[in-house]
Design a protein around this ligand. Structure first.
Ligand code: M6R
Length: 364
């Protein structure tokens, strides 16, 4: 049932504050201001490495988690696409955790990688949205997301719920490994707790986001730029647009465009710059200026202060609430999803069932 919404995708975008709140709720104790992982079957202190493996949007969630796990838990992290990981000869160390991320829990490549890692003696865990799935049955440990059934082929709420679990795990492992003290833990729990409200505020920008869809719908190519944990979000933005609007789009690490992609810039290529105010803001803005200097048409996603500092207006920006860097990929996922959605609606594509795609990819 789509409720009052025209598509399942839009309904699922709007469910995010609720389902992310539910997912975080299974890890956070807001009163004690602590993060706890129920039933953990390994000691985070003893982990030599975490290998994150997934496909598609779930792979981008894994890429974002790499920044968090390195920063907060100081664990060496490897991230790979399941179909690549499985068919090379990855060197796995003793005491390694292999973590498989999947909405469906049935993706053939991810499942094959899980079976391989298990046979190699790794500890296996999975973040899945379907509790009765094959991956949930076969892994040593399951971290469920509580997104509820996701019908739209383009993943939205499953992605942000995966991020919610990964953020909670990163903090919990950081505490267990002695890198986060009680005060810092309390502060981070408050950040996580506020994410659902910040996501609700982000949803209020829907009309502003929609006002940019006409420009995008006329484009042949679109670029998305971001830095740090918002770089994988740029990749996710490009994937979302490709999947449902059939417009060619690419995501790049903002610092990388001068190494080639800047040659693509002209007034017909919209460039979406994801630049929350934070430690990487100035660097991202200097990359944005390189694009503007070459005639690029930029849409800046930032907070009020970030947008004002660049003298930009509603016509060439999308305003988000001010957020802590840990929260930004979850909050900025919303305008990224809405931009793809409204562009696809203008193009008249089948948003919930895009051509050539299936919800669950069960062939390798
Ligand atoms: O069920 P999974 O999370 O394992 O699926 C992985 C990908 O097939 C999936 O994320 C795909 O890329 C989506 N269509 C993205 O919107």
């Amino acid at each position: 049932d789509k409720g009052n919404h025209r598509h399942f995708m839009l309904k699922e975008i709007y469910e995010q504050p609720t389902v992310v709140g539910q997912t975080l709720g299974s890890y956070l104790d807001p009163l004690a201001e602590t993060v706890t992982v129920p039933g953990l079957c390994f000691d985070p202190k003893a982990l030599s490495r975490i290998t994150l493996i997934a496909c598609g949007t779930s792979y981008y969630a894994a890429m974002i988690a790499q920044y968090w796990l390195e920063h907060y838990a100081k664990i060496p992290v490897t991230v790979d696409i399941a179909s690549e990981f499985r068919y090379r000869q990855p060197v796995m160390t003793r005491g390694g955790l292999s973590l498989f991320i999947s909405q469906s829990g049935e993706t053939a490549d991810t499942l094959a990688a899980l079976r391989h890692c298990k046979a190699e003696g790794q500890i296996t865990a999975t973040i899945v949205n379907v509790a009765q799935s094959t991956m949930a049955r076969e892994a040593d440990m399951v971290f469920p997301t509580h997104a509820g059934p996701e019908i739209g082929v383009a993943s939205t709420k499953a992605f942000t719920c995966q991020l919610a679990v990964l953020a909670a795990l990163s903090i919990a492992f950081g505490v267990a490994r002695g890198h986060i003290d009680q005060t810092e833990q309390a502060a981070l729990v408050r950040v996580l707790n506020e994410i659902p409200s910040r996501m609700s505020e982000a949803l209020q920008a829907e009309q502003q986001v929609a006002s940019h869809a006409a420009d995008l719908s006329r484009a042949r190519d679109v670029l998305y730029l971001g830095r740090g944990a918002d770089y994988p979000l740029a990749l996710e933005g490009a994937l979302k647009l490709k999947e449902i609007s059939y417009i060619h789009a690419e995501g790049y690490a903002a610092g990388e465009i001068k190494h080639g992609p800047i040659a693509l810039i002209d007034p017909n290529v919209p460039v979406i710059v994801i630049a929350p105010k934070g430690p990487l803001f100035e660097k991202t803005i200097s990359n944005m200026e390189e694009v503007i200097a070459r005639g690029g048409k930029v849409i800046l996603m930032s907070c009020k202060e970030g947008i004002a500092s660049q003298g930009r207006t509603a016509g060439n920006s999308i305003e988000m609430p001010a957020v802590h860097p840990l929260a930004s990929p979850l909050v900025y996922a919303i305008p990224v999803q809405l931009l793809a959605y409204h562009t696809a609606v203008l193009k008249g594509t089948d948003v919930d069932q895009p051509r050539n795609l299936a919800k669950s990819v069960t062939v390798e």
